[in-house]
Design a protein around this ligand. Structure first.
Ligand code: COA
Length: 328
């Protein structure tokens, strides 16, 4: 068998509770009108104390595996892209156990909102080198656990969810091109930093003890970065794949802000009707946003086998990336 990659299944899961713009207006000084106009968001789904990232991921994964038509025991590798694991040691193995992927090896990957795309590209390397045949990639985050609910400039943006996809080794390669990028100079524009207190262990050894601080963000800087770098990354990938904007059937962008998605489409001269957007219902679900939008569009029949999708993720790091692939 050849060393091409196909994405043969997808799945998603979101928590039940819906936090509306009107709810947010009761919590901070904001309004439905402001949020809709500036972001395109109306709702976001929030994980309850009894819903875990691992559970949501397992539901998404099972549904992707079912669509792929394989058994969990046929999965060779699981890559969980998340910044909010249930366990700082990683949650991929927990998910492996929940779905019964007994023959897989599992690990976490952290690249914030670029995580799902980075997981896809990482998976493609294991497939192209012939090491693995079936790889489950998951993008999942519960950023609601780390949002500063008193900061109106960021708390309106984030929701929780999990999305998954199964990549398989095939003869006819359907991953047409990709690129991965990061810029640590702008690291301080979006953070979820550790912030423990000093803890004296002995007379001359001091450690730190505590937890992470809530998200801090320079919204304007992140906005400018996304609108500049995402079209560039997709243009490069189109060039590498020998494609023009007319060849792209769907634009599958990280769902950070509808205005960012519209601006990217405009720069690429891709009609807005080709943007896959679910931002109104889910807000920014970080690593989950791309597979959530993909899964909805595949299941409602918008995305059909053979459609060419230009995807791009971007976020904290700063990180960003692009991938052009044929669905199915
Ligand atoms: N409700 C009402 N007013 C708000 C508000 C809110 N939730 N948040 C900010 N404002 C105010 C600001 O205080 C500011 O008031 P001022 O003019 O009196 O100073 C005004 O609205 C405009 O703020 P500004 O920051 O210029 O708004 P914006 O149009 O840039 O939109 C974001 C803010 C956060 C929506 C936008 O910058 C953005 O989406 N950035 C990218 C963030 C992102 O995607 N992060 C995750 C990346 S993975």
């Amino acid at each position: 068998m050849g060393a091409g990659i196909a994405i043969i299944g997808c799945g998603s899961a979101v928590p039940e509770a819906v936090l509306t713009n009107d709810h947010l207006a009761q919590m901070v000084d904001t309004s439905d009108e402001w949020i809709v106009t500036r972001t395109g968001m109306r709702n976001r789904h929030i994980a309850s104390p009894t819903e875990s990232l691992s559970q949501l991921s397992a539901i998404a994964a099972k549904s992707a595996i079912a669509m792929a038509g394989i058994s969990p025991t046929e999965i060779d590798l699981i890559i969980l892209a998340t910044s909010t694991p249930d366990d700082m040691f990683g949650s991929a193995c927990k998910i492996q156990g929940l779905i019964g992927a007994t023959n897989a090896v599992a690990f976490d990957l952290t690249a914030a909102c670029s995580g799902f795309l980075f997981a896809l590209i990482t998976a493609s390397q294991f497939i192209r080198t012939g090491v693995h045949k079936n790889i489950l990639i998951i993008g999942a985050d519960v950023l609601s656990r780390w949002v500063d609910w008193t900061d109106r400039t960021s708390c309106i943006l984030f929701g929780d969810g999990a999305g998954a996809a199964v990549c398989q080794r095939v003869d006819d390669d359907r991953l047409l091109s990709f690129g991965m990028y990061s810029n640590g100079i702008q690291n301080d524009s979006l953070n979820l930093n550790y912030g423990g207190d000093r803890k004296l262990l002995t007379e001359d050894i001091t450690a730190q003890y505590g937890t992470f601080n809530p998200i801090t963000m320079n919204g304007k800087e992140v906005y400018r970065f996304a609108v500049a770098k995402v079209p560039e990354a997709i243009s490069k990938a189109m060039f590498q794949a020998n494609l023009t904007a007319d060849d792209i059937d769907w634009l599958l962008l990280h769902q950070a802000n509808q205005r960012i998605m519209d601006a990217v489409a405009k720069r690429l001269k891709i009609p807005q009707s080709k943007i896959l957007s679910n931002i109104e219902e889910y807000g920014n679900t970080s690593a989950a946003s791309i597979p959530l939008a993909l899964d909805a569009a595949v299941r409602d029949g918008r995305v059909k086998p053979g459609d060419i999708i230009a995807a791009s993720g971007f976020g904290a790091g700063l990180t960003w990336g692009s991938a052009i692939f044929k669905w199915g």
